[in-house]
Write a protein that binds this ligand. Sequence first.
Ligand SMILES: *Cc1c(COP(=O)(O)O)cnc(C)c1O
Length: 355
Amino acid sequence: MEIRFEPTGAPKTKPDWNNLSFGRIYTDHMFILDYTEGRGWRDARIVPYAPLALDPAAMVLHYGMEVFEGMKAYYSQDGRVLLFRPQENAKRLNSSSERVCLPYLPEETFITAVCELTRVDQAWIPRQPGASLYIRPYIIADEAHLGVRPPFSCKFIIICSPVGAYYPEGLNPVRIYVEDEFVRSVIGGTGHTKCGGNYAASLIAQKKAEELGFTQVLWLDGIEHKYIEEVGTMNVLFCLGDEIVTPSLDGSILPGITRDSAIALLRSWGHKVSERKISVAELFQAGKDGNLREAFGTGTAAVVSPIGAFSVFGELLPVADGGIGPVARKLFDALTGIQWGRLPDEAGWTYEVKI
Ligand SMILES: *Cc1c(COP(=O)(O)O)cnc(C)c1O
């Protein structure tokens, strides 16, 4: 792929590296690739970061025709720039696109574009411990048309944002509200995709949880409101006695890359990991029996997020002593160690960006 490069004439001042929040600052450039039905993807370019010109009738503005990915570039101590399993992001973007009828994007195109933009804006990759460059690739339907049908034109765009350590003071357990009214998805819906609409639909529950004094929502299945699906925008794992349990990917759950990596590591350490249905009733019983040893979320942003307590239908269920368990701690150290190139990468998960 030939990428046209138009460097910015006005580089921005770099942020205060020690006070980065999430998703507020953007780098100097962005990547854009256009798609037209019949002609395919063309005109790859890296141009100065700037607002997009969109027709007010662009389909994305009316019907939420958008899919996205979330990944990071890590600056290693020996000066390499690393991505973590970017092929998985490329594949997942296509599986999201397929579900909402956006066009297929070749995986090599995705990876080349991510690498090129990261290389061009490499001075924006934070060097601080735990900080990284968050990368947001996405596709929008930019065709001006008010009919509801798959679009004839789209854009694949990548923007980047330097982000600080998710837990500047170290891992911090969160309190979770078990949501019994609103649901995130149902089997047959779009729960397994990162499509914009899913997140719009989740806000009301998130807002409610915050008003009640909780950090995030635990989503239950959309039919019986019985089985556990995810926490907020993270997958969830439980240590129940000697078994580690995570809900199986049955179509309504987002297949997290951190989840997949966590399962592989846990199994390589000899843990029994079961991907199966787990009900709130089972969780509650395990808590009462003293078997609920740990609970934690996994996702690119936080990596591992320990859960200290759940509010279950009006009752508070503490997780063990409410602190950070040994499994969550070990996983966090192992995953971040591999991501930042500090630990050996036996599974070949890191991908070096040639700079
Ligand atoms: C992105 C996301 C995750 C985590 O996926 P990772 O690939 O691990 O970052 C989990 N659940 C939802 C709903 C998400 O959007």
